[in-house]
Ligand binder design. Structure first.
Ligand SMILES: [Zn+2]
Length: 334
């Protein structure tokens, strides 16, 4: 591949709260009165996850640092705008940004779902000058009580024309997928396309979570799902049901989903017939961008131009953004 940066890409799996531009994060943290070191190495240590995490708490602290700066509507509009601008600079033509209204609200109870969402939609709207098709995905946090998640879903239903889909995220080990059946049945009734974070952690429950996400929650796409490599039956089901995996190699390495980067089952899954796509997950927290992931696949796995094209055309097709909109920005017929 000659020019990986300009190469047209699709990003299906990027968290808005995990995609803050680093310079903006530092600037906002200072504005909030946080003690931020002067040199960039110490700054990166403070905010970024750059090596495989040793404990969940350390990583959680970094997400909390991000959460703390998302304090006003003006800031939310800015970070949404910058997220699209950054994606454009990575060669992304189709971009799905996902966020959890509850995550932002937890840190800033002075806001509410309406204010948060309106501000983010305004940022995306302002970024329309970039040639990128953008869609927002609403995240439900597994860790919250169902009655709280129902409120999030009701909000998403009320604002349906501003979303392209829904997602379930956070700890899949302690909060099994099947617990959310009623929530997703309602989302399905309201015709929301569904993607589910599952099969991410290297635990025996992971493949089962993928199966349940497809069978019980009606997922068309799975966030991560790489652990199905350890369960032939689930893997076959994913292939047969044409479920799309949103793979995020660096993220999977940093969160110990794989023991080392070179051990990522990306190509094995592809060769087994799974529909695979290339994503960055939380580029702002990991100090990466999507170009990074392409470089990684090109260098460590000798990905060919054809393999990149297959992943991207699959992703373009699997994107929840309406066909006419995404086709406008995609160079090949979807
Ligand atoms: Zn994710």
């Amino acid at each position: 591949m000659e020019n990986l940066r300009q190469y047209p890409k699709v990003e299906l799996h990027r968290h808005l709260e995990g995609a803050l531009r680093f310079s903006t994060l530092v600037e906002l943290a200072r504005q909030m009165g946080q003690e931020v070191p002067k040199d960039q190495i110490s700054q990166k240590k403070m905010f970024l996850v750059q090596e495989p995490m040793k404990d969940l708490l350390t990583v959680l602290q970094k997400f909390m640092a991000t959460q703390s700066v998302l304090a006003t509507e003006e800031i939310l509009t800015r970070i949404a705008y910058e997220a699209v601008e950054d994606a454009h600079n990575e060669g992304i033509r189709i971009l799905e940004l996902r966020y959890a209204p509850t995550f932002i609200l937890q840190g800033h109870p002075n806001l509410n779902f309406e204010k948060i969402h309106r501000a983010i939609v305004a940022g995306v709207k302002k970024a329309e000058k970039f040639p990128v098709a953008v869609g927002l995905v609403c995240i439900f946090q597994r860790t919250l009580p169902l009655k709280d998640l129902e409120k999030v879903l009701d909000f998403a239903i009320d604002t349906k024309d501003t979303w392209v889909g829904v997602d379930l995220a956070d700890d899949e080990a302690a909060f099994p997928t099947k617990n959310f059946a009623t929530l997703f049945s309602k989302a399905h009734q309201h015709s929301f396309p569904i993607t589910i974070h599952a099969g991410e952690v290297p635990l025996p429950i992971a493949p089962k979570n993928v199966l349940d996400a497809i069978e019980i929650l009606g997922a068309q796409r799975i966030g991560h799902g790489l652990q199905i490599i350890h369960d032939e039956k689930v893997l076959r089901h994913v292939v047969d049901s044409k479920t799309v995996l949103e793979l995020c190699p660096t993220s999977n390495w940093l969160t110990n989903g794989v023991s080392k980067l070179e051990a990522h089952p990306f190509r094995k899954l592809m060769q087994a017939g799974v529909i695979t796509t290339i994503n960055s997950d939380d580029p702002g927290v990991f100090g990466i961008d999507l170009v990074n992931e392409y470089q990684l696949l090109a260098n460590s796995y000798q990905f060919s131009d054809q393999e990149f094209e297959i992943c991207n055309d699959s992703a373009a097709k699997a994107s929840f953004i309406p066909l006419a909109t995404k086709q406008k920005f995609w160079p090949r017929k979807i």
